[in-house]
Design a protein around this ligand. Sequence first.
Ligand code: DGT
Ligand code: CA
Ligand code: CA
Ligand code: ZN
Length: 574
Amino acid sequence: MTNADVAQAFFEIADLLEIGGEKSFRVTSYRRAARAISDLADDITDIAARGELAAIEGIGKSTAAKITELLETGRVAYRDELAEKVPLSTLELLKIPNMGPKKVALLFREKGVDSLTALQQAIDDGALADLKGFGPKSIDKIREGIDFLRKAAGRTRLGQAWPLAERLRALVAEMPGVQRVEHAGSLRRGRETVGDLDLLCIADNGAEVIAAFTTLPLVDKVLAAGDTKGSILTDGADGPAMQIDLRVVPAQHFGAAWQYFTGSKEHNVRLRELAVRRGWSLNEYSLSEGEKIIAAATEEEIYAALELPWVPPELREDRGEFDLRATPTDLVTVADIRGDLHMHTTASDGRFSIEEMAEAARARGYAYICITDHSQSSVVAGGLKPDALRRHIEAIRAANERVDGIEIWAGSEVDILADGQLDYDDDLLAELDWVVASNHHYLHDDRDENTQRALRAIRNPYVNVLAHPTGRMIGRRSAKPLDLPAIAQAAAETGTALEINAAHQRLDLKDQHARLAVEHGAVLSINCDAHHIEGFEQIVYGVLTARRGWIRPEQVVNTWTAEKVRAFVAAKRA
Ligand code: DGT
Ligand code: CA
Ligand code: CA
Ligand code: ZN
């Protein structure tokens, strides 16, 4: 059980208490405990094993006992008791954008609304008309929110699916008889959300492999188990609950199967058309002319027989990848990344020091990083007042002296204010090596206003990258309207980068936006926005997103040498 799972249980207890009308101090104390758990740098199971739970600030004796109970039995009896009075399905309502526990409490206690379906029904019946705080406008917003949730339902964010997929791949690789295992489907294509996971392996003892697969400890339910295909639901205990399909194929047909099950369906339809035009057929077994197999063992042979270069999976969406003149062959890779230019330390809302972040980055082989803690307007995130930033700059310079093997630059993630101005004066910005500009507070539904603010920030000579430009949160908050072509053009003209924020909740810019930005001449910066040393691992999601946007390495500033990045900054300031 991870820290996040344990924290989740206590957030739920707090929510259930609040919805049930419990006194606010009790609610607050559970929420504080949940936050303390999710902020722990250590593994909570280790802390529990050492008997040190009650020593964690924000956790009292009774909470410590509940944590122990959860770790030992997988449940908390108190939560189950609460759920008898306030059904767990009320928690679904909290996923609606802008719907907090107070509003849900009102819905539940005044109108008996205890699930998404019940809420939909109540809205359709006009049953909420007399409820305070639920005017026609907010009802419309709620309706939109429900639609949004329904659309996102059943899909898992890439950043949650990926670690589970890697774990499963390792498990299957260990099974007797398995010679090779690969990911297929939307995960291999790097889609930002994934429906189910598709694994493919080479083995001659299919039935045995499937039997081992369908009896793995993480299996919650077996959906199918045959000689060549198995399908399971994972229990969601460690990672998301997902459907996993495993197919077993012989080596001589592996390429055809891998190509077929990687998809997308749209790409495959086009590829099959090319085959049919030659009088051939293409399916998961082979590319064939009648009985005669033309290609089957590798993807490369199949594409080559159709006079195509091997198409990287991220491009297989029927978005123009069959046009040989346009398709890039050298997409950016994780190995091309030389540094990260957006991250946080304990100076604002990060969890590690400057040195710890630097050492983690150096271990990844990075040549440079830029420390970009929050600016003063981001009060909740611990934003720095000008004097504090000046001291932080000194601390960063000193750390740069002490740490060998990597350059540590001083930067800031500066808020864009309501009028498009920045949160620090230019003379303070001038002391920084690199400036990230973020609109955390003023991205609304007005496209023109959003665009004007972004343009004004981009035109500031000290701003080097516009962070997470559309402000979206996958499955929670859609991209805000922006004139991206105008923004990309201004970015290109002024020598400002646009970010692909690689944090898996964001992936902002997204694939198609990144492609559009580069088509308008802009360069990108793929940053993890790490708040934790493990945050750097998310670079893979940012790179996959870039590859889906057809991005080549030279279009990404943090694939450049430190010297070239410095020249990019100097050119804008000059
Ligand atoms: P997902 O799981 O919804 O995120 O998306 P995919 O792309 O992983 O789709 P999935 O799991 O249904 O199937 C995996 C691949 O198998 C899919 O990308 C293409 C191939 N495939 C599945 N069914 C069909 C089909 O009916 N026709 C064709 N041409 N390909 C199919
Ligand atoms: Ca799939
Ligand atoms: Ca599937
Ligand atoms: Zn940030």
